[in-house]
Design a protein around this ligand. Structure first.
Ligand SMILES: NC(=O)c1ccc[n+]([C@@H]2O[C@H](COP(=O)([O-])OP(=O)(O)OC[C@H]3O[C@@H](n4cnc5c(N)ncnc54)[C@H](OP(=O)(O)O)[C@@H]3O)[C@@H](O)[C@H]2O)c1
Length: 269
């Protein structure tokens, strides 16, 4: 099916829904008039109406109006939100809900509902995201082709298993917050030695982006990139020593481990 013929609805209109909507509009994947959102209050819906979307407080009305429905409410809300939704054979459901496997989603949806589980990070809003994708048991090849057209313009994506998606959520999607902390730390350091704040922040951001791009485009291992800029007795290796004394890599690994534990605990609830 051509994307131009799709009407896509969001159940939940918070940060993740807004990020996906921004990414899709920015990448010209869909027009605002093809998008709809539902939520209990106008807190987020009013912003989306200003953006040109139609909105409702009635989730069932949204399902009746759309062919693709994105579930974007909180995990604990799903047990009340999902069962009454009137999905039929013409619907494709995408979910961005963390810590709820495909079988757990499917148990809350009408039998036979075509589901694709996704896990985006917030950088989808600027079309530089990462999305893990899990094919639900009733999703078809055509559904996966639609998902490809929807997610490829806003993210690097891979199709994976439910357990891999949970690991990716804790290791990668939450990593935006930790990368932001690294960026902030680099900028604070630059300010400490005398650079103006705005320049410090811009250069820290570009350093992170550029390093990522160097790896993606050259295939160089991070250690190789680090070695290539450390001249003997130079300033960079001094900084590397300071970072190692602070346990920078162990700190990152600890963050991934802690987030993975939390996702496991959320999945059990
Ligand atoms: N934020 C992230 O980085 C991230 C990353 C990956 C996945 N996720 C997943 O994305 C989902 C949404 O997270 P978020 O950060 O966007 O949360 P959020 O900003 O709190 O938004 C939640 C939205 O759900 C709406 N909602 C509450 N009850 C509802 C109901 N009964 N029916 C329909 N909508 C309802 C809220 O309505 P109001 O507008 O009226 O409050 C709000 O618009 C979560 O499941 C989360 O696991 C988030």
């Amino acid at each position: 099916m051509a994307l131009a013929n799709l009407k896509i609805g969001f159940i939940g209109a918070g940060s993740m829904a807004q990020g996906m909507i921004e990414g899709w509009i920015r990448a010209n994947v869909v027009k605002p008039s093809q998008l709809m959102a539902s939520a209990p209050s106008d807190r987020n819906l009013s912003k989306l109406r200003e953006r040109g979307l139609s909105t409702t407080h009635d989730n069932a009305e949204l399902v009746r109006s759309c062919t693709v429905v994105v579930i974007a409410c909180k995990p604990y809300q799903c047990k009340d939100v999902l069962p009454p939704l009137p999905f039929g054979p013409h619907h494709l459901v995408l979910s961005v809900v963390a810590a709820l496997s495909c079988p757990a989603h499917e148990a809350l949806l009408r039998p036979g509902t075509r589901l694709v589980r996704t896990m985006p990070n917030v950088a989808i809003a600027v079309c530089e995201g990462i999305i893990g994708v899990v094919r639900g048991s009733h999703a078809t090849d055509e559904d996966m082709a639609i998902v490809d057209k929807l997610v490829q313009p806003i993210a690097f994506y891979e199709v994976m298993s439910d357990p891999q998606l949970d690991l990716m959520s804790s290791a990668v999607c939450t990593g935006v917050a930790w990368a932001a902390m690294v960026m902030e730390g680099l900028a604070d350091g630059a300010v400490m030695v005398g650079l103006p704040r705005s320049l410090a922040l811009k250069t820290a951001a570009i350093t992170l982006m550029g390093t990522g791009k160097l790896h993606m485009e050259t295939g160089k291992h991070p250690g190789e990139i680090k070695d290539s800029v450390c001249s003997p007795g130079g300033s960079t290796i001094r900084g590397v020593h300071a970072l190692e004394k602070s346990g920078v890599r162990a700190a990152m690994m600890n963050a991934v481990e802690a987030a993975t534990e939390q996702i496991k605990n959320m999945s059990k609830k």
